[in-house]
Design a binder for this molecule. Sequence first.
Ligand code: OOG
Ligand code: MG
Length: 262
Amino acid sequence: MTLDDASIERLAALLHDAEAQAREVTKITDELPQLTQADAYAIQRAILRRRQAAGEQLSGRKMGLTSPAKMQQMGVARPIHGFLTGRGCVADGATLPMHGLIHPKVEAEIAFTTSRELRGPGCTATEALAALDMAYAAIEVIDSRYRDFRFDLVSVIADNTSAARYVIGARGVPAVGLDLRHLGVVLEKNGEVLATGAGAAVLGHPAASVAALVNLLAEEGEVLPAGTLVMTGGITEAFRVEAGDTVRVSVQSVGTAELTLA
Ligand code: OOG
Ligand code: MG
């Protein structure tokens, strides 16, 4: 199915408004089961245009469903990408009000900035690795706009891969010299360990996630500019959070990121 422009705008408005009003909606493939992945990315781009028109700035890119734990938890086994805007950025250690969110979950991630432009198709993990600048511990707060946080590949792509808020550790380290596959990652809530993992959980190597992003962007005729912030995807399954919870992600040799929900 190739959606006409009016339908793309209608579905973008539906998901944009659901996000703005913190309201659940029925997943869009219930109404339109033939929607394709290309249709879904067209809806996602239309949401980005709406948000830019409202004054938001693109602040980075994210990959999702890049680890076995996430693929299993959500029942979707293909990596996807979404966008980040400045409105979603929460300072390391800050308090985030639950107000404005529907049913948030947190994820432990490794984030990077890039030092040179990357172009697909055919971008390799080795090329992506050479373009990494700084590495950071990160927390992603995901918040599907779909009822009961249930979706399929096409629906979640259109919903900007459940992106809601994100925390990048205040201090990062240069990525060069890090053994990214073997970096230990610990996700804690209120001082208790919820889950642990390693960099290799992310498509075998976190740089492979950056390369996959570049190749997905190429399908849409886009490049990854130098200086882009990239979140590479949840390393463990995601966990529900409630007001009063403090979440901390520690990435070995890299740093920490912390968030309190209120
Ligand atoms: C989709 C977004 C997944 C990740 O890091 O895997 C994601 C979802 O699970 O709601 O951000
Ligand atoms: Mg994520």
